[in-house]
Design a protein around this ligand. Structure first.
Ligand code: ADP
Ligand code: MG
Length: 432
């Protein structure tokens, strides 16, 4: 520890500066991670939060040395990281246990790989199994355990090597609600009571409440390209309670930070494929979901808490945000400080007849350059029909391997607005 005028300053464990990571070789393809700078100090529990595809797992792989950055620097305890980081371990969503080994052997194997002598191995494995509450199951096989118990074995295996830095990649998201909550509690107890020698935890999640429940600091990421959009300090004392007003207030502000990045950086719809300038990506949302959201918002007199409304519509963050983004793009609603606001257009839509809705939607959707381009291309064609591949090929210049996904969304929007549709038999798009 360094001491400056008597105040202890925690050491820096991990330092990332301007880290970029691109996959593949297409220069027009978006970076998986762009210009990420991040510091992790001894004693910190930091959570990386963001929608799927924003590069969270990529960052963890870079930190643990399983991947290398395309550019930028990665330092661990002041030294440039080369190869696999020996001080870090990673726990994944679902842990691959060896089915033919017992619980104890599954934990021991991590130690064996590091050359720990057999007697010490057994002792340490047993202690850990006890610590995580699996005592009595030492000689059980993975198939005899529930999902929650198997994930505990995964944790024990990661902890067995006493990593200085524990990396967690959505470690609770494959578990049922109760097992997830109890495992979170157990990990927090180990961490807060310092029963494990771990010096820092870096946890990836797309669950806001989980981040607020566990982390000291939340790093909010956005996507396309994957980047840090804001950082939020969580200074609530442990144990934290979800129902506390201060807890919920923090959840709201984190939600606002996450939702804020769904607004286009420049209020621009972009250009059509083949034209100069970037083509705006369509959010992965179904327009009937948007209609549902607009109606709900109208029932709530035009303003509602984004986080609550997501809960009431049983939508996960990953599913809700694209719908909000679509509503924003089409001018039906906007986001303000964690609240959804119904725009005048949205209100009109909510009150319109089915027929009027279709017309309104067609008009709004045609403002999107990708949709207008497909529509115009079909109109110009003599038979008003063009092959699906024709569009795909052109979209690939802008979207690379995501072109197909974009075309799918465009077709679903076009069909919903009764502009154009896809003919399964001929593999063509045609005007409605
Ligand atoms: P997250 O964990 O936040 O969901 P990832 O780090 O897995 O995000 O992915 C970030 C982006 O990089 C995504 O667009 C994903 O499709 C892409 N990506 C991830 N891994 C690879 C890979 N091995 N090859 C090509 N693209 C990848
Ligand atoms: Mg991931």
């Amino acid at each position: 520890m360094l001491t400056i005028t008597g105040i202890k300053t925690a050491e820096t464990l991990l330092n990332l500066e301007h880290v970029c990571k691109g996959y593949g070789s297409n220069p027009k393809q978006l970076l998986a991670v762009k210009d990420v700078s991040l510091t992790l100090k001894v004693g910190e529990f930091v959570s990386l939060l963001g929608p799927s595809g924003c590069g969270k797992s990529t960052l963890l792989r870079i930190v643990t040395g399983l991947n290398t950055a395309t550019s930028g620097t990665v330092e661990y305890r002041g030294e440039t990281l080369k190869g696999v980081n020996p001080h870090a371990t990673i726990v994944f969503q679902t842990f691959a246990l060896y089915p033919w080994l017992t619980v104890e052997e599954n934990v021991e194997i991590a130690l064996k790989a590091r050359g720990v002598p057999s007697a010490i191995r057994q002792d340490r494995a047993r202690k850990l199994i006890d610590t995580i509450g699996l005592d009595g199951f030492e000689s059980a096989y993975p198939r005899e355990l529930s999902g929650g118990m198997r994930q505990k074995v995964g944790f024990a295996r990661a902890l067995a090597v006493e990593p200085e830095l524990l990396c967690l990649d959505e470690p609770f998201s494959a578990l049922d609600v109760l097992s997830a909550e109890s495992l979170r509690g157990e990990l927090m107890e180990l961490w807060l009571n310092k029963s494990i020698p771990t010096q820092a935890i870096l946890m990836v999640t797309h669950n806001i409440e989980e981040a607020v429940l566990m982390a000291d600091r939340i790093v909010v990421m956005g996507k396309d390209p994957g980047r840090i959009v804001s950082e939020i300090q969580v200074s609530l004392r442990h144990p934290r309670h979800r129902k506390d007003v201060s807890f919920q207030r923090l959840v709201d502000s984190v939600y606002a930070a996450v939702a804020g990045q769904t607004r286009p950086e420049i209020e621009s719809l972009g250009t059509a494929p083949g034209q100069p300038g970037a083509t705006r990506r369509l959010p992965r949302a179904l327009l009937n979901q948007l209609a549902g959201l607009v109606e709900k918002l109208s029932d709530e007199h035009g303003r509602a808490d984004l986080y609550r409304i997501g809960g009431e519509l049983s939508l996960e963050l990953d599913d809700l945000l694209p719908i909000v983004e679509a509503g924003d793009l089409l001018g039906f609603l906007s986001v303000q400080e964690g609240d959804l606001l119904l725009a005048l257009l949205g209100q009109t839509y909510a009150e319109a007849s089915i027929l009027a809705r279709k017309e309104m939607l067609a008009g709004r959707v045609l403002r999107m350059p990708v949709i207008a381009w497909i529509y115009e291309s079909l109109r110009r064609d003599d038979n008003h029909r063009l092959a699906w591949e024709y569009f795909l090929n052109k979209l690939q210049a802008d979207f690379g391997n995501r072109a197909e996904d974009q075309l799918d969304i465009a077709i679903s929007w076009g069909r919903h607005a009764e502009l154009f549709a896809y003919d399964d038999d001929t593999g063509e798009l045609y005007l409605e």
